[in-house]
Write a protein that binds this ligand. Structure first.
Ligand SMILES: Cc1cc2nc3c(=O)[nH]c(=O)nc-3n(C[C@H](O)[C@H](O)[C@H](O)COP(=O)(O)O)c2cc1C
Length: 127
């Protein structure tokens, strides 16, 4: 792991079904069970997701989808993931670094532009 990254918190969850909007935004996310206790606050984080056979870094959203329906979600866009069905898979998420607070965007294009920046920031932290 890159220097300066430390594990803030670890959450384990099964991958559950979302409404699939991430696919429309161009960032398919894995949806996880919203943690009952979080002592690190909502936000967008860099994380590492351990699946049974492999691990991926990811950018993670934890909190209300303020741009859309305010539903609280815990979801991760996995970096360098080729795709595939992960429903029901048990995973361990190491939360590594806060990138920003969750925000309400005027439209989905603006949210997409911000997620692209989040990914760039995450990749810089990993080099
Ligand atoms: C890295 C990342 C950052 C996000 N940041 C925000 C945000 O600031 N505000 C927001 O309303 N939704 C944010 N989202 C959540 C999107 O709204 C969400 O992916 C979208 O609603 C699709 O969810 P679904 O695939 O479960 O339907 C973020 C998602 C990701 C992956």
């Amino acid at each position: 792991m890159s220097e300066g990254l430390k594990n803030i918190f670890t959450v384990t969850s099964k991958v559950i079904k979302g409404v699939g909007m991430g696919r429309r935004l161009g960032f398919p996310t894995i949806n996880l069970v919203y943690p009952e206790h979080i002592d690190f606050g909502t936000g967008v984080y860099l994380c590492e997701v351990e699946l049974p056979d492999e691990a991926y870094f990811g950018v993670m959203h934890l909190g209300p989808r303020e741009t859309f329906d305010n539903v609280e979600t815990f979801e991760v866009f996995l970096l360098n993931f080729e795709g595939g069905d992960l429903y029901g898979v048990e995973c361990k998420v190491d939360i590594l670094k806060k990138l920003r607070d969750v925000k309400r965007f005027e439209n989905s294009e603006k949210l997409v532009a911000q997620i692209e920046k989040d990914i760039e920031k995450a990749q810089k932290l990993l080099t």
